[in-house]
Ligand binder design. Structure first.
Ligand SMILES: NC(=O)c1ccc[n+]([C@@H]2O[C@H](COP(=O)([O-])OP(=O)(O)OC[C@H]3O[C@@H](n4cnc5c(N)ncnc54)[C@H](O)[C@@H]3O)[C@@H](O)[C@H]2O)c1
Ligand SMILES: O=P(O)(O)OC[C@@H](O)[C@@H](O)[C@H](O)[C@H](O)CO
Length: 381
């Protein structure tokens, strides 16, 4: 079985590639990083090390790679033959690979009528659906109806902390032991990809909201307040009592509406929160706050980990959240010069003012109590 995976980065090698290998796939990574592509083709294997006391190590074999910038025709040929296509490249990049996947699917229908599933493994609600939309924009009406029944785009939620890292062995990747990959079954076309480690569910939204609005909400608060208080890594940030309290406060708020909305067991949800806080504090992982804080414009978006839980808390619990608004305020203050989006947010606040910037980024109404609350928290920082 052949899997074509876009993005040979942290999650691509450290998580998806790992599960694919253990499920007997040959994995063809697609990336634009020529160093990583060349190394994968030279070695055809790489190591994954667990960030825990045993430092257990596995070797992932049966891998190769294609540089999509220089060899797009090879990617097209690989998609035409693939049994599964996955991505872990970042939400902002999905639209950029849509044309190449569309060409691969066109070639495929000339060769075979075998169905194919394309699964985006990104931190966002509806990643595969967005990819489908972008691919379908490239197609004629006839192609759209032909592709509709043949290619599935099930949404998914992926969870495993894989920090940025520079190792002597450049292909090696250190990952936390925990992982979860949930895929929505009803949108699968043909047989379910037999990947050991995927949990298939009938409805994905509760899982992705629980993951994004717990793991990523808490992580974002740890990162933005970590940066604010001058911390370098997430586990150092979590050692700070004030930050721990802020993270716990935000997770109690997101937990309150998640439990109410989806009927999760409250006690189980509290255990889930505590487990996540333990994961953030893993001292075997060096996860820089600037990785977790990356792309604040995306993270301040209306459907992302800060604004969506704040809005849903207000709608479902019936009052303004406190900690989630503090988190949004801290994200608005994030001025790391090495992050293009952080620089843009600071420039927008200086040029257009705080309220207009909040309205534009969050799509919240400037007169709403949520925006007023964010401004109040911002001025308190
Ligand atoms: N790292 C984590 O802890 C983690 C966990 C869960 C989900 N995710 C999600 O996985 C996705 C990837 O994150 P990551 O941490 O692995 O990032 P990363 O930067 O380590 O990897 C992304 C890879 O995509 C490649 N890439 C960029 N543009 C490309 C293009 N046009 N075509 C092909 N490849 C391209 C990059 O060269 C890089 O190798 C993101 O959506 C992230 O939110 C990350
Ligand atoms: O990848 P991002 O930028 O959406 O979010 C940064 C981290 O919170 C994220 O990568 C987590 O490590 C991951 O989502 C854990 O499953």
């Amino acid at each position: 079985m052949l899997a074509v995976h876009f993005g040979a980065g942290n999650i691509g090698r450290g998580f998806i590639g790992n599960l694919l290998y253990h499920s007997k796939y040959e994995t063809c990574f697609v990336d634009v990083n020529s160093e990583i592509v060349n190394l994968l083709n030279e070695k055809n294997e790489y190591r994954v090390v667990l960030a825990e006391p045993t430092q257990e190590e596995v070797t992932i074999k049966n891998v190769r790679a294609i540089n999509s910038a220089s060899n797009p025709e090879q990617v097209i040929a690989a998609i035409a033959e693939a049994d599964l296509v996955t991505t872990a490249i970042g939400p902002n990049i999905l639209p950029l690979i849509a044309g190449l996947i569309a060409d691969g699917l066109r070639k495929r229908v000339e060769q075979t009528d075998k169905p194919l599933n394309i699964i985006a493994c990104e931190n966002m609600i509806g990643g595969s659906s967005l990819l489908k939309e972008k691919i379908f924009e490239k197609l004629t009406a006839d192609e759209q109806s032909q592709f509709e029944g043949r290619f599935g785009f099930p949404d998914s939620a992926v969870d495993r902390i894989v920090p940025n890292q520079v190792n002597v062995d450049k292909l090696m990747v250190k990952v936390e032991p925990f992982y979860e990959w949930v895929v929505e079954e009803p949108k699968i076309i043909g047989e379910k990809p037999p990947v050991k480690g995927i949990t298939y569910v009938q409805e994905l939204v509760p899982y992705i909201e629980r993951k994004l609005f717990t793991v990523n909400t808490g992580h974002a608060l740890a990162a933005y307040f970590g940066y604010y208080f001058g911390m370098d890594t997430i586990n150092h940030a979590m050692e700070n009592k004030q930050i721990l309290e802020l993270v716990e406060g935000a997770l109690k708020e997101s937990g309150a509406f998640l439990v109410e909305k989806y009927g999760f067991n409250e006690e189980e949800h509290n255990k889930y929160i505590q487990k996540i806080i333990g994961r953030f504090s893993n001292s075997y992982i060096v996860d820089e706050v600037t990785r977790v804080a990356r792309s604040p414009i995306r993270k301040l978006g209306p459907n992302d980990r800060l604004v969506s839980p704040a809005r849903q808390y207000q709608e479902i619990v019936g009052k303004n959240p406190e900690y989630l608004l503090k988190g949004i305020a801290a994200a608005l203050m994030y001025g790391f010069q090495g992050d293009e989006e952080a620089v843009q947010v600071q420039a927008a606040i200086n040029e257009q003012g705080l309220e207009t910037t909040i309205e534009k980024l969050t799509q919240l109404d400037g007169t709403s109590s949520l925006v007023k609350g964010i401004i109040e928290q911002y001025h308190q920082l």
